[in-house]
Ligand binder design. Structure first.
Ligand SMILES: [Zn+2]
Length: 350
């Protein structure tokens, strides 16, 4: 069990680092424009600024996808496919690289894929991105919006993960809310995981545009850690491109103050706030951030990996890949397993 103690300490460190990074980034300003120097050392495929004549991922695909997404009801994101990422084998890379779809004929971004590794993370602060004007861009400000500007230039693959600055194929118009409350906690989780483990994370962000709308309805974000088959980190979520208190026309990005102030009041009262302390690796299951009260004290079957210090539901795909000598089947409460120093698998989120 000596091995486990070390693992526990490292996990605690990871969680603390994650919480700190979430808090720090929220309190700094993640989305303003700074003008310091640029470092991007990820090898990149396809980053020229030509546009694509065919309209990949068009109307039908977006509408099909959104048909399964609940309307926004206060949480910044929802789970997709039970939070399990959905990469095909040929969509997965195991070394650090990035690919950004060409802009379509309306100038809109497509999918951004990246294998995030420690060698691709920037060592310098972000450069000026104000030269890029993504589709749907407007400059309205509201005094109740964090940072005041309704819209941010949102990186699909965050600068902190890629070093990307003013790359048009990687920047969309997104609300301050989507950027900070939706995407940022997941970006921070990837960054913290890669920094801590030196492992790679396969990551894909797809903006979802309906028809010929210029403003995305949101972004679909998927990630899976490579060296441990998703044990350390895995998620599949959709972040809503909305702003509490503002009505948005997705066709153009035009916006105005909402007459109904309920959503803004609930948001300001913290009703749907993501608690950094409960983030752990990634919140699980229902989107109602890590509220596991309903299963507290319930005895059930779990599978422990005594090598990695993770625990799983028995039907998790990672269990099949586990070596027998590392496997321990238990019937216990979640709390008992946590007390032994095990942490939940990022894939099955037990
Ligand atoms: Zn698992």
């Amino acid at each position: 069990m000596n091995n486990n103690t070390g693992k526990t300490r490292s996990t605690i460190y990871f969680t603390v680092a994650l919480v700190l990074s979430v808090l720090l980034t929220f309190s700094m300003c993640s989305c303003g424009v700074d003008t310091s120097s640029v470092a991007g050392n990820v090898s990149k495929a396809n980053v020229s600024e030509d546009t694509d004549s065919n309209d990949a991922g068009g109307k039908d695909a977006a509408e099909d996808f959104l048909a399964d997404i609940p309307d926004w009801s206060g949480y910044a994101f929802c789970y997709v496919n039970g939070n399990a990422p959905d990469f095909r084998q040929d969509e997965i890379w195991t070394s650090t690289q990035e690919s950004l779809d060409k802009l379509d004929k309306l100038g809109r971004c497509g999918t951004a894929s990246s294998c995030i590794g420690p060698d691709g993370m920037p060592t310098e602060t972000r450069g000026d991105i104000s030269s890029v004007e993504p589709t749907g861009w407007h400059t309205e400000r509201y005094d109740f919006v964090e940072g005041e500007a309704l819209y941010n230039r949102c990186h699909l693959i965050a600068h902190m993960l890629s070093g990307d600055d003013a790359v048009p194929r990687n920047l969309i118009t997104g609300t301050s809310y989507m950027n900070r409350d939706g995407m940022l906690p997941f970006e921070n989780a990837i960054a913290a995981y890669v920094r801590e483990t030196k492992n790679h994370v396969m990551y894909r962000v797809t903006p979802v545009f309906v028809g010929d709308e210029l403003l995305a309805r949101g972004v679909h974000m998927e990630a899976v850690s490579m060296e441990d088959d998703g044990e350390g980190l895995a998620f599949n979520v959709f972040c809503y491109n909305v702003q509490p208190g503002v009505d948005i026309d997705y066709k153009t990005g035009d916006n105005k103050l909402s007459e109904d102030t309920t959503a803004l009041e609930e948001y300001q009262a913290g009703k749907y706030a993501m608690m950094a302390a409960t983030l752990g690796a990634i919140p699980s299951e229902t989107g109602e951030y890590a509220d596991s009260a309903d299963q507290e004290g319930q005895v059930r079957e779990y599978v422990l990996n005594t090598n990695t210090g993770r625990f799983h539901y028995p039907d998790c795909s990672s269990v099949g890949a586990m070596k027998d000598k590392n496997r321990e089947d238990v019937e216990a409460t979640r709390e008992e397993i946590l007390d032994r120093g095990f942490v939940p698998c990022g894939n099955c989120n037990p």
